[in-house]
Design a binder for this molecule. Structure first.
Ligand code: IPM
Ligand code: MG
Length: 363
């Protein structure tokens, strides 16, 4: 938390494409109200990434966006279809990607699994985000056998060690179990197990459990409650975290924080641009909102984070659902705008009727 009594944070909002702009706008409304309730100020600048950036600046990740992001307190990002995102992650060295997978009680029956299999589910996937096969030597070429393409899964040992230290720290603060995704039976030159175990010598209270990633994927759908923190490389973490979406009922609920070693971060939903529903105003903003909660926690604004989580739980407990959660029976289908209104109403009504006018002014 910033030290002054009325701190001010500057964020860069990048909607991107598809539903990206819709879910970012929705989340910002909630953030603005919470800022007022908690007594801090939010300054928002709008940045560009992806196709819209290319059209306007001739680059997927333009210098104009870099200049806005430099010195800011966080980047709230929507989604893009192509170009820009990997460059942005790499540019700021956002190597530590946190993807919490937590079940909301009122959505237990939305899970791909039976309710008793996911009750109390609370997994933290930690994904290495700026190296591995996404960034290794790659290209297309041809030889006497024909045309070919290649991407290389290359990790410096130190890149594995630094994400391992982050994961060990998180596991230590949680239930003390760190499951390490690896594929050493086929990829023995990427010794995640040994490197994590070496780092773990300084975390004697954390149990390190190496697990082949194919088996890990199966265990996530058989017995997800057994996991605490899962550490994975860039590609494996991408795949495993989408399983989390099925477990909690919709990938539209999941948010993520990507941090560098200074604690500066990029906050985005786990889902993509969803072109099939873009522009219809029906997207689920809760993934981006969950990312904003992670941003508030990163700032130390724990009260604000708590308020949003509580408001969200109450709105969901009353049965309001966006279309991705396939409302049934007594559940009530709402669009993005209505869901945001409900969240704002919950936030302003919680013991704070004096804030009603604030809510009206933001609405
Ligand atoms: C994610 C996404 C991205 C990734 C895509 C859009 C490049 O799937 O953040 O999970 O693979 O990292
Ligand atoms: Mg993904």
């Amino acid at each position: 938390m910033k030290s002054s009594s009325n701190p001010s944070y500057r964020i860069v909002a990048i909607g991107g494409e598809g539903i990206g702009t819709e879910v970012v706008e929705a989340s910002l409304k909630v953030l603005q109200l919470v800022a007022k309730l908690e007594g801090f100020t939010l300054q928002i600048n709008y940045g560009w990434l992806g196709k819209t950036a290319l059209e306007q600046f001739g680059s997927y990740f333009p210098q104009a966006t870099v200049e806005l992001c430099n010195g800011s307190d966080g980047i709230v990002f929507g989604a893009v279809t192509q170009g820009g995102l990997l460059e942005l992650r790499k540019y700021y060295d956002f190597f530590c990607n946190l993807r919490p997978i937590r079940i909301v009680d009122s959505l237990l029956h939305k899970s791909s699994l039976r309710a008793e299999k996911v009750q109390g589910l609370d997994i933290l996937v930690i994904r290495e985000l700026v190296s591995g096969i996404y960034f290794g030597p790659a290209g297309r070429s041809s030889d006497e056998k024909g045309a070919y393409g290649y991407h290389t899964m290359l990790y410096y040992d130190e890149e594995i060690r630094r994400i391992a230290r982050q994961a060990l720290e998180k596991a230590q603060q949680r239930r003390g179990l760190l499951t390490v995704a690896h594929k050493e039976n086929a990829l023995p030159h990427l010794p995640w197990t040994r490197l994590v175990q070496e780092e773990a010598l300084r975390f004697p209270d954390v149990v390190v459990e190496p697990m082949l990633v194919d088996n890990l994927a199966m265990q996530m759908v058989l017995n997800p409650q057994r996991f605490d923190v899962i550490l994975a490389s860039n590609l494996f973490g991408d795949i495993l975290s989408d399983i989390g979406g099925a477990l909690v009922g919709s990938v539209g609920l999941l948010g993520s924080a990507s941090l560098n070693s200074d604690g500066f971060g990029l906050y985005e939903a786990v889902h993509g641009t969803a072109p099939d529903i873009a522009g219809k105003g029906i997207a689920n903003p809760l993934g981006t909102l969950a990312a904003c909660v992670l941003m508030l926690q990163q700032w130390g604004e724990l009260g604000a984070a708590q308020r949003i989580m509580a408001a969200q739980e109450r709105v969901l407990a009353k049965g309001y659902r966006t279309a991705d959660l396939s409302p049934q029976g007594a559940e009530i289908l709402v669009n993005t705008e209505k869901l945001v209104d409900l969240l704002l109403e919950e936030l302003s009504s919680e013991k704070h009727s004096k804030y009603k006018e604030l809510y009206e002014s933001i609405k």
